[in-house]
Each structure stands twice: as structure tokens, then as C-alpha cells.
Design a protein around this ligand. Structure first.
Ligand code: ZN
Length: 283
């Protein structure tokens, strides 16, 4: 297992951690100045930016893009809406290629409005990812299926465990062609009684393409916007990183903290210095 001591070059900041309070080019400068080796931007930030200039800036600062966030939700109420979502995701995969992102994050979506067909939504997800895989291969971009905590199954993701995400990978990419994997986010996966056994199984080998850290606060007040800083919660972060790295993962450790009432209220440079300290002390 790698040591993160004095190795901020092995660490990355998801821009959500800073609360999306500044234009992307300023956030990029700030993250690079703080010494991190990578960054993970969001599509809505890119929409307000000059994409080519952002790509040039990232290369000039030698920042890796550990992920591009994130997909348009896949399950839809009708074919037209489904294909519209696929089209939107295809365009985003091209942008991920321009950024030379390690992967495009698939937060696959929950149930379409008015639907109770969970199984059907999951089949739409499989069908949609199969279609996107063609674009991913053309663009040389990896798709990272991110299982989300089951509390989001209705509205954000019908993929809810690591084992389920890996099974999708096996189904859609049995020959392991290199464009499909899983994003392992400790916030979503820490509670799962099968997570350790799954991580050490041959199925997980080589499939983890992104690793996100934060912490689960014992007294979580908001299911979306109250993630903890590493070390403030109950997750055995170092243990999980060890298991993730045993699968062959060699990417950067990405901090992703949604924290509306706490960390997003603090000065950005203070948040970054705390991330740096906690990554080395707790991850
Ligand atoms: Zn994540």
C-alpha cells in the first residue's frame, strides 16, 4: 500500500469539495498551488468555461483529471427522453477526452418520474451503458460506474452496491476491453457487509478506476450535503484504501465532500490545507 505522507501528488480534489463558489480556472489554480496532483471538475463548471483553455491550463500545471462529473441520468419515461440522455452523455464523453480525464463518472440515475419499476430502470441503465461504451472506446475514455448509497435509489442511482456495479461490468464488458470500471466512493460503500469480500474477489481485480474519500458523520444531518472531512466520522479509510489498492488501483485518492453548512462556508484555502493534512493522517 502506498504511503500518502508528503505525497499530495497522489491526491486529488473534486471541485465539489470547495462548494463551486469560483470559476473553474480559479479553482484549478488554487488546487495546483496547494500542491495536489489532480482535480475532478464538473460539467456545469465546464459549461461556463473555455474548454480548450481549461485543458491547456490543466496540462501546463501538470494536474491529472481523476474524473469528469458526471452523467445525465439514464432511466427515462420514454424512448425519446432515453435517447436524449444518451446523446447528452456522448457529448460529455467527448469533453472528458479533451480534458484527458481518467474516467467519466456514471451516476446512473434513479426511477423516472412517476415510475415504480426498479427492475426496468436497472435494465435501462445496462442498455444505456452498453450504448455509451461505443463512444467511450472511440474517445479512449473509461466509464466509471459509481454505486451510490441505497438511500439514493429512488432519485439518483439504481446501482447501489459495489457487487452490483461489478456485475454490470461483467455483463457489459466480459472481455475487459479497458473502457468500463467502477468508482469506489467510501461515503456510498462503507456500510456494505460484503464490501471487503467483494474487493478481494477476482471480479474486482483491475476494475476500480476511481477512489473517492470523505467520511460518514455519525450524526449526518442531510443525506446529500453533509459529508464529513476525513477523520471526523466512522469510516476506516485506510483499511478501505488498502483493499482498493489490492485490486490494482494505482490512481489518485480523490477528496469529494459535499458539505453545505460546514466546509462550503470556510475559506477555500483552509479547506484544501485541511484535506492535505487529513489525507496524510487518516487515509
Ligand atoms: Zn464519488
Amino acid at each position: 500500500m502506498r504511503s500518502l505522507a508528503n505525497r499530495l501528488d497522489l491526491c486529488s480534489i473534486n471541485t465539489a469539495t470547495l462548494g463551486h463558489r469560483e470559476p473553474l480556472h480559479q479553482v484549478i489554480d488554487r488546487v495546483a498551488r496547494a500542491g495536489f496532483g489532480g482535480i475532478a471538475p464538473w460539467r456545469h463548471e465546464m459549461e461556463h468555461a473555455d474548454k480548450r483553455a481549461i485543458a491547456r491550463q490543466l496540462r501546463a500545471l501538470d494536474l491529472k483529471v481523476t474524473g469528469y462529473c458526471r452523467s445525465t441520468y439514464i432511466p427515462a419515461a420514454d424512448t425519446k427522453a432515453f435517447l436524449s440522455g444518451i446523446g447528452s452523455n456522448r457529448a460529455a464523453i467527448h469533453d472528458a477526452a479533451e480534458l484527458q480525464a481518467e474516467c467519466f463518472m456514471l451516476v446512473v440515475g434513479g426511477l423516472p418520474d412517476g415510475s415504480t419499476n426498479l427492475h426496468g430502470a436497472r435494465r435501462q441503465v445496462a442498455e444505456g451503458i452498453a450504448m455509451l461504451l461505443e463512444t467511450a472506446a472511440e474517445c479512449h475514455v473509461k466509464l466509471a460506474i459509481e454505486p451510490l448509497h441505497p438511500m439514493y435509489a429512488a432519485d439518483r442511482s439504481v446501482v447501489n452496491t459495489l457487487a452490483q456495479a461489478l456485475a454490470l461490468c461483467d455483463e457489459l464488458d466480459p472481455d475487459r476491453r479497458g473502457h468500463l470500471g467502477v468508482a469506489f466512493d467510501i461515503f456510498h460503500c462503507w456500510w456494505d457487509p460484503l464490501v471487503e469480500a467483494t474487493l478481494v474477489s477476482p471480479q474486482a481485480s483491475g476494475r476500480i478506476v476511481a477512489f473517492h474519500v470523505s467520511d460518514w458523520l455519525r450524526n449526518t444531518r442531510d443525506m446529500l450535503l453533509d459529508r464529513g472531512m476525513m477523520g471526523d466520522g466512522v469510516v476506516q479509510l485506510r483499511r478501505l484504501r488498502e483493499l482498493v489498492e489490492r485490486t490494482g488501483f494505482e490512481g489518485l485518492v480523490e477528496v469529494e465532500i459535499f458539505s453545505r453548512d460546514d466546509w462550503w462556508q470556510r475559506p477555500a484555502d483552509d479547506v484544501l490545507s485541511t484535506c492535505a493534512e487529513r489525507l496524510q493522517a487518516h487515509c
